[in-house]
Design a protein around this ligand. Structure first.
Ligand SMILES: CC(C)(COP(=O)(O)OP(=O)(O)OC[C@H]1O[C@@H](n2cnc3c(N)ncnc32)[C@H](O)[C@@H]1OP(=O)(O)O)[C@@H](O)C(=O)NCCC(=O)NCCS
Length: 177
């Protein structure tokens, strides 16, 4: 990897989902092969992403030249193991967004990209009128847990579903001190 590269976050434009989501799905598949443990991350399938595009969503990317090297996806509401998060637990707030995933190409990790995606997503969600945002992570997925906690999310609960442990976090989208 070259020493200098542009880490700016760009919106991933979706005009034709089947075509425009391809790089995101490809990146997810590549990242999936490099997981420290299989259960740390479960890729969101193309159809689910496509369905979420009907509502509000925030899809962001970081590129090296034209290659997508990191992606982030958030959408309204959000499912936790196929059920609305509010079926699992109480989340305060009227308009809730879910930060569904962040994936960063192996070569570009350790540059704080995840944290920047999270900050940008909270800002964007606030502008879209969402007052609460939630996300989850495997408790031992250290980089993910560090980014989540250092972005001001608070741990809410831990669930183990079909052997998959997940910490759930949420925060207000308002600016916190
Ligand atoms: C999780 C992931 C998105 C993190 O991406 P990243 O932008 O490279 O994150 P960073 O390496 O900058 O690390 C983020 C934080 O974890 C810390 N960290 C990273 N590795 C660590 C380790 N082994 N031990 C302790 N802290 C660690 C970093 O210091 C940073 O903390 P800070 O923000 O407080 O400084 C990336 O590793 C990835 O794509 N993993 C596979 C997919 C995945 O698990 N996605 C998240 C679930 S949705």
């Amino acid at each position: 990897m070259s020493q200098y590269f542009d880490l700016s976050i760009r919106r991933i434009e979706i005009k034709k989902p089947k075509r425009d989501l391809k790089p995101v799905i490809k990146l997810q598949d590549e990242v999936n092969k490099t997981l420290l443990h299989d259960e740390y991350y479960y890729p969101t399938d193309e159809r689910t992403i496509q369905e979420c595009l009907d509502g509000d969503y925030i899809l962001l990317g970081v590129y090296n030249k034209d290659k997508l090297i990191a992606a982030s996806f958030a959408f309204e509401g959000g499912l936790f193991f196929s059920k609305p998060i509010t079926d699992w637990m109480e989340i305060p707030g009227n308009k809730i967004m879910c930060h569904e995933f962040v994936v960063v190409d192996m070569e570009y990790r350790g540059n704080g990209i995840q944290k920047r995606f999270m900050d940008a997503t909270i800002r964007e969600a606030r502008q879209m009128g969402y007052d609460t945002i939630w996300c989850c992570a495997h408790p031992n997925n250290t980089p993910s847990v560090c980014s989540i906690e250092s972005t001001g999310y608070k741990f809410a609960d831990r669930f183990v579903v079909d052997g998959w442990p997940r910490n759930v976090y949420y925060r207000s989208t308002s600016i916190q001190r």
